[in-house]
Design a protein around this ligand. Structure first.
Ligand code: MG
Length: 236
């Protein structure tokens, strides 16, 4: 899983550098596919439940599961990219939200709060704790900053499958759910809205958007709980 996680981190880092005004998300998708092949990894999302692309590309009011397309990104957009691979039968899964050029203060803050929410969730992924300690840490940070948590999509166990139990909501009281143990591997992935929490699914059957049209941010890491603490597998 470390190797799969490293591939995910490397490719996302390459994509991050390419996210500038004028690039299309379809170009990013092709780049991700090419970089997977170089590393002998298989894109985890392509074909998953019929999803047709290597990356999920979700700009602005799109929350998750957006289709890459030929629309050039514009200065001031934000773009969430979710990406996973399978390498030697093990999965890695991560997401980043990136400003396109210069973005306004509200979007900048949304990205910062979502990123920090993931960091705080990861900090609670410790052996001996409970799963919902992670959920609660994410929710507490996000709501204290005046943003809202998407409830329809959740984090998950990950390993030999992309999505394994347990489900990991980004909200809820602490101290509930399974006891966290060394050897567990989780994908922690807060999705944060600038406005209300409500989301809708577009006609394509995949793309989740905010109902109020305000922007949304998504960060994700695959982590392993060890006796020495949490290890982030999708970070270089
Ligand atoms: Mg995931």
């Amino acid at each position: 899983m470390r190797q799969a996680g490293r591939v995910v981190a490397e490719v996302l880092e390459l994509l991050r550098e390419k996210i500038v005004p004028g690039v299309t998300t379809l170009e990013l998708d092709r780049l991700a596919e090419k970089e997977c092949a170089k590393r002998k990894a298989r894109p985890a999302f392509k074909g998953y439940g019929g999803f047709p692309f290597t990356i999920c590309a979700s700009p602005n009011e799109k929350v998750v599961h957006g289709f890459p397309d030929a629309t050039p990104l514009r200065e001031g957009d934000i773009l969430s990219v979710d990406f996973g691979v399978v390498l030697e039968d093990f999965f890695g899964d991560a997401a980043i939200t990136v400003p396109v050029g210069r973005v306004d203060e509200g979007r900048r803050r949304l990205i910062d709060v979502a990123s920090e929410a993931l960091r705080q969730g990861i900090a609670r992924a410790v052996a001996g704790g409970r799963l919902s300690d992670v959920s609660h840490a994410v929710q507490a940070h996000v709501e204290a900053q005046g943003f809202s948590i998407v409830r329809e999509f959740v984090g998950h166990g990950i390993g030999r499958q992309l999505h394994e139990s347990p489900q990991l909501p980004n909200f809820g009281p602490p101290g509930q759910g399974p006891r966290l143990k060394a050897g567990m591997t989780l994908a922690i992935e807060p999705m944060i809205n600038a406005g209300g929490p409500a989301v809708a699914i577009l006609q394509d059957g995949w793309t989740a958007v905010t109902v109020d049209g305000l922007p949304s941010a998504h960060f994700e890491h695959t982590v392993a709980i060890t006796d020495q603490g949490v290890e982030i597998l999708t970070m270089l």
